[in-house]
Structure formats: C-alpha cells, structure tokens
Design a protein. Sequence first.
Length: 457
Amino acid sequence: MPSSTHTRTTDSLGNPVTLQDPASAAALNDFVEGFIACEARAVNVLNAAADTSPIVQASCAALHMFAESADAPRNARPFIDQALARAAEATEREQRFVAAIAAWVDGDLPRAIALHEEQARLHPRDLASLKLGQYHLFNRGDSPGMLRLALQALPVAAEVPYLHGMLAFGWEQCHRLPEAESAARHAISLCRKEPWAHHALAHVMLTQGRIREGTDFMASVSDTWTGLNSFMVTHNWWHQALFLLEQDRDAEVLALYDSQIWGVVKEYTQDQINAVSLLARLELAGVDVGDRWADVANHLAQRLADHVLPFLDLQYLYGLARAGRMEAARTLKRNLEAHAATRTEAHERTVWQQVCVPAAQGLLAHAQGDWATAAEQLGAALPRLVEIGGSHAQRDLFHQIWLDALQRNGQWAAVQNLLQPLVNGQPESVRLARQVGVVSEALGLPVQAQSSDCSCT
C-alpha cells in the first residue's frame, strides 16, 4: 500500500518534487545537475534507490537506460515499475517525467519525445527532461526539434549555463553556426566548466575550418574536464584528436587515443564508438594503428544482438570487421537485418531497413576490400544518413569510408567532385590537401598550391 507520508520540496532548478525520504533531495539534485552538466555525479541518484518516490525511481531507471545496451531496459524495469505504481502521489510534472521514462523503457520513442516536448512547454525549467528530449531527438536525426525544445526554456532559465550549451548544440546541428558560437560562448562566460558548450564550439570550428583555433581552444579548456561522465571526457578529447588529425599530427592523435579516448570505461557504448571512429579515421589517413583494433573488438563482440541505435550498430560492425573478426561482423550484420525486418514503428522501420541495412552492407564490403559494393551501398545510404542519428562530425566517418571506396574502385572523377569542395572549405586541413593532391595527380590535373600557412588566423 503506498505510503501517504511524503515531503514536498524543490530540486535545485526550482521544480517541485515529492519525496518519501527528505534525505533523497541531495541524490536527486546530483542526478539533475550531473545530467545537465555531463558530470559523473548523476549516478549518485542510485544511492537513494531505497526511496520509492516516483521521481527518484524514474531517475534511477533513466540512468540504467543510458547504458545504451541490450539489457538496459531489463535493468531499468524494476525502477520504472515502482515509479508507475506510486505515480499518483507525485505532482503532474513528476508524473509526466515518469511516463516519459516509461515510454523510453518500453521502446516507444515517439511517445517519450511527445511527453518531453509537453514538459518543456508546461515546465520549461525541468532541464533534465529537456536534455533527455534532446537526446532522443538527436538519435532520430531531428535537430530542429532539439533546438525548439531548448528555446522553450530560454525565457525562464537564461541564468543556467547548461541551457546555453544545449542551445549551442541545437543551433550547430541545424547548421546555424553564428548562433551556435554565440550560445556556446555565452554558456562558457557563465561557467568556464561547461563541457557541452566546449563540444558545441569544437563542432563549429571544425565545420568552419578553424583547425588551429579549435586545437588551441580545446587545449585551453581541457583543464576543466574533471568529474565528467566518461562519454563527455572521452568525446571532447576525441574532438581534439580530430583537429590534430587534420594537421597530420598523427603521433599526438595516437597518444590521445591511448591516454584519453580508449580505456576510460571500455564497457560503455560511447567510449567504444569514439575508439572505432578514431582508429578508422587514422587508417583512412594512412596511419598504422598497430594492434589497437584487437582490444576494442573484444568489447564490441559482446554487442552482436544489441540493436539499441542503428548509429551504434554500424560502428560496432565496422570495428569488428577492421579487427579481422569477420565471423562476429557477419553475425552482427545478420542480426541487424533480422531486427530491421521486425520493426513496426514507422520511423524505426524506415531507418533500419532503408538506411542502416545498406550502410551495413557497404561497411562490411569496405572492410573486406570489395570496393564496388562498398561504393554502391554507402552511396545509397549516405543521403539519408542523418536519420540514424549522431552528429555531423560523427557521421563524417561514413562519408570518408565512401570516398575511400570510390577512390580504390578507380572512380577518380567522382572523388574529385566530392573532395575538392571539402578542401575549399577546410584550407587549413593538411589531410585533405594531401588527399586531393593524390586525386589530382591521378587525373592529370595540376596539384593545388596549399594555402594553409597563410596568416589569416
């Protein structure tokens, strides 16, 4: 029988909360603040797991779901069931948050998103709900939705630095780069330790070809990357590695891979895809990565039946194939195709069947040296790749693999047509200049003089 003794208080953002145990407030605030600040203390909500308050139980469930693993819903289920059982005792804001987490655990993302959007309209200072809504929209390739959600909170939460970081990433993913930079810099002016704003600004600078400036900026704020969740710290170092890779500073990239990018939490999905993505880019740039694939593949081999997000599955598949674990890679591809065939929700069905399956075929073909199939299948998937989620910078890996397949298949004119505009937009990139030089020579064209040493910093 639900207890009628509970305490009404507010979280640190001023949202009313209903707690069975008043002592749980600190753990709940660690979840709210830790989540929006990308800090590891979000896990502290598990310390209050004995408190049957719906908001505490739903927060524990959410934490389990962030594992992005096949068993995450099973691990989250007892917590969300407890939250639902007592939901009537909570405020309507808390009830909506509980319902949104329940929809996520059930795999009903359209419902979860609709609830987070409603929460943003009715309770715009519920920034944990807002950031979670952004996460789902991001994974479905809906960057305008991400931005709209964050804009809802601006009139009432303008003093919260992390909101401006959320806005910055929303603007950046919508290709609105001046607004993204402005929001990111405002976030950092409010709080120098705002790693999500650092991340958004790194995206802007990479997109605009501000390679050296980006390198210097990330180095200048990296001292604040302490106490973060493993995704945020490894991913910001991953962005720094991308800047270094464009400058052919390969030894530094490998050193960052070994010290900051792979090995923080090897069991975690996001650490795994950062590793896959960086090793693949290094090899595409002609760098010998030694035996580094093997350790990553040992962890990817646990994920053959995950299918949490198509964006993740594709990188697991490619990583296994690059490591020479072809049987595991083929098993994952078969499992992925079977999963795609059973999807019923419209968006999911389309993305898995029409984007993920051809991309998987192309990636496996590339890893096996079947350049023609790789070029054809990746070429079919790429125009719609935004639908699988991930950021522009993350999805660029698949574009690089496609370009490599076209080149190795002898489709030099096609490569020149795709590569030259990239070079034009990235005059500081030594990597791209080197690649376009090879293409120009193959086509009998004059090699372009590189302007990367200009003093236009």
